[in-house]
Ligand binder design. Sequence first.
Ligand code: ADP
Length: 327
Amino acid sequence: MQATTLSTLPPPLPERADGDFIIEARGLGKTYGSQPALVDFSVQVPPGTIGLLGPNGAGKSTFIKCLLNLETPTTGTARVLGRDIRAANRASRERVGYSPEQDCHIAGMAGCEYVTYCGQLSGMPMRVARQRTHEILDLVGMGQERYRPVDTYSTGMRQRVKLAQALVHDPKVIFLDEPTNGLDPSGREHILKLIGSLWRDLGISVVMSSHLLRDVERVCDRVIIIGNGRLLEHDSIVALKNRHRRIVELAPASEVERFVTVLTSTGAKLTRLSNGKLRVESESDSIEWILQLMRAHGLPPAEIVANPDALHELFIQSIGTAHGSQP
Ligand code: ADP
């Protein structure tokens, strides 16, 4: 196998103002030996909270590492915040935070010392880094433990300190690789709440990799689904759900029996759910036919929710397709 060097890659992209996209990748690829981990990956991602979703081994970490210049792509180009990923200078590091999947602390160092040190590495003066460290450790919910060596921390505390070191220098975007790994339900809830607030309250974009759909669905407004190193889907979660709404849940305000009669007469498959709602399956991707039917029969208002499981079905379907396409 011929080794690929930087010189075989396209020339650096001209810098441009960030704003529209936090990530722009064009034909990005990475092969380890003969193992393709990322294949012809092209995507333009606007600011917000983005889930990078895929099963273990899908290529999520590889994508993040290529974007952070921690791995050299075999093919293609990309920009993060408008800057070519190969620029990799101090200015790039100042605007980006990264919480890797593995522990990244320095043995023997207390949590607050470690986070301060990370702030300094990102260009902050010592005094500012120290002050900011305590603010960020408060934000991630760390108390007096901050004065203990990180080696003595629980998994939950380690995830918090990893998040703190990614945030200490006020980045514009942070990359979190499986930030809920190893957490118990309450630890997971706390960290997800915090992640969800970063864009909403502080304007920090988040790219969060996860193999757990429920985590992505809980905090992200967009999702990139990745399987076998390939981009399978990229859209807002709302749009993805709307694209897959052959199944809807209907909660009539009244006259449930008349809804049942009218809907059944169209040939739609109807199931009564234990919560009183009706699950309707049809051949249509739109809910317009239900609205028309309600108007035609003078039915009372009903709350119509596009398939609440749509993302799950899409995820399973995508992963299945990706595996099916494997040689
Ligand atoms: P994910 O983050 O989705 O779990 P990864 O990006 O870690 O996936 O891995 C994608 C593929 O690349 C996997 O098949 C993995 O075994 C392989 N891979 C990742 N890193 C290396 C490496 N340093 N050397 C060889 N193969 C690797």
